[in-house]
Ligand binder design. Structure first.
Ligand SMILES: [Ca+2]
Ligand SMILES: [Ca+2]
Length: 464
């Protein structure tokens, strides 16, 4: 029986003691089955400040895990197909989940979620997990030599449930009911009529940025459950991305001056700092490559506000209207970044470290976390969302497939539109203290391949 000859590239996303970030280790491959053409990818994984609760928000965090591979002596990394068999459990799919963990495979085989199997909080450290990789369907022969990279992205489970768009506040162009200026309840994924005067129709303050028509059922409303990245895209994640795509695409996707070294060995200057200077098409390329998707404006408000919550007018992502204090952090952007007090920065010019305000004892207000525990949704760098305005209404619930368009050097999910076609909105504000409110829609239509000093983003994936 022939064996795959394995040359391992164990990719450590970070190993910073102060970071909340995930660490993967001891990545290996074995258990080859030459009849069904699969192997088992083995790994350890740990991260801090993990939780699962059945109180209130009834949710948990976890990681989205995916694998890239390339044949020896080739340069192109490809997305690995993980075995999926309904209903996607480890047992059904032939994976091994360590005690205390659950592994759920996405039905498209692009990756798995790994999360706590029981309530608890603190650090998780799981060893000897295994994923079944169907290398045969990826065009790898039984005797090919391959390298693999395993990626893990921290995410938060946002539960299914009704929620409010708008807060009864005075935010720019906020969502409201068509008949009066009050919050609009989203109670399903059904199509929504925009305009008119029915209480069941949607409108926006000033009416400027919400054209009459229909937001179809295919536009994700945020009612259904989804996973949202816990943090904004970090410099390390973006460097990993650049180091795993072809050099021609890197030339288009690398913000000027980002990272030291050269392709495919770029080193992020501040690995745990939120990535800025990203154009919308940069964010979309990373999300396509990660088999994630952008969130909609609706999902943004749901992820901040929570299901079945009565909003506080003009609330921030942390659920009230007060800053816990304006402060200047120490070691801004570094892995050692700390804050003496306060959840809003004063006079800083670069983004903070991802999750810098979250500690073992932080509250929602002091950490700036959303109802579900998602960080920096108000402030730091702007969030890329699919606008509810006409340009974004053709967006459907489609995830990236892990591969970019090599000739266009860009994302290529058809329903994602284009970064320059009034398809996207910026939400959540930046390192200033303006436009941080959950329902602020000042930039509800934007054309954006431009790289601003305060533009970044994150992705989501529909739960199943
Ligand atoms: Ca943000
Ligand atoms: Ca693609």
């Amino acid at each position: 029986m022939k064996q795959i000859n394995l040359i391992l590239v164990a990719l450590l996303l970070t190993c910073m003691a102060h970071a909340n970030n995930v660490v993967t280790a001891n990545i290996s491959i074995g258990g080859q089955n030459t009849s069904s053409h699969y192997s088992l990818i083995k790994y350890d994984i740990s991260w801090d400040n993990s939780w699962r609760t059945s109180n209130n928000e009834s949710n948990y965090d976890g990681c989205w895990i995916f694998v890239k591979f390339r044949k020896k002596n080739t340069s192109a990394w490809q997305h690995a197909t993980i075995n999926y068999a309904s209903p996607g459990t480890a047992a059904a799919c032939g994976h091994t989940q360590p005690s205390g963990s659950l592994i759920q495979t996405s039905s498209d085989g692009k990756g798995v979620w790994m999360y706590r199997s029981a309530n608890g909080n603190g650090t998780v450290n799981w060893m000897n997990a295994q994923l079944r990789w169907n290398y045969g369907v990826d065009g790898v022969a039984d005797n090919d030599s391959v390298e693999i990279k395993l990626f893990a992205v921290e995410m938060v489970y946002v539960t299914q449930g009704a929620f409010a768009l708008g807060s009864n506040g005075s935010e720019y162009y906020h969502f409201r009911r068509a008949d009066k200026d009050t919050m609009f309840n989203v109670g399903s994924e059904n199509a929504i009529t925009v305009g008119g005067s029915s209480p069941s129709n949607l409108s926006s303050a000033s009416g400027v940025y919400l054209t009459s028509g229909t937001i179809p059922a295919t536009y994700p409303k945020g009612y259904n459950a989804f996973w949202c990245m816990k943090y904004e895209i970090s410099q390390q994640q973006y460097a990993d991305f650049l180091n795993t795509i072809d050099s021609a695409t890197v030339a288009l996707r690398r913000p000027s001056g980002f990272a030291t070294g050269s392709h495919p060995a770029y080193v992020a200057q501040n690995p745990t700092q939120a990535m800025n200077y990203l154009g919308i098409d940069d964010v979309l390329a990373l999300l396509d490559w990660s088999a994630l998707r952008p969130m909609t404006e609706f999902e943004y408000e749901k992820a901040c506000r929570g299901a079945n919550q009565v909003p506080i007018p003009n609330e921030y992502a942390w659920g009230n209207t007060t800053f816990s204090g304006v402060a200047t952090p120490t070691d801004l952007g570094l892995s050692t970044e700390t804050w003496g007090s306060g959840n809003v920065a004063n006079g800083i010019t670069t983004p903070i470290r991802c999750g810098a305000l979250a500690t073992a004892t932080s509250t929602r207000t002091s950490s700036g976390g959303t109802y579900y525990g998602i960080m920096e949704m108000s402030g730091n760098v702007w969030e890329v969302t699919v606008t509810a305005e006409t340009g974004g209404r053709t967006f459907i619930n489609a995830h990236g497939d892990g591969n970019l368009d090599a000739s266009a050097q860009s994302f290529n999910v058809p329903s994602w539109g284009g970064a320059n076609s009034s398809f996207y909105a910026y939400r959540g504000g930046d390192i200033s203290t303006s436009y941080l409110q959950v329902s602020d829609r000042l930039y509800s239509v934007t054309n954006g391949s431009y790289r601003y000093s305060n533009s970044g983003g994150r992705g989501v994936r529909t739960a199943q």
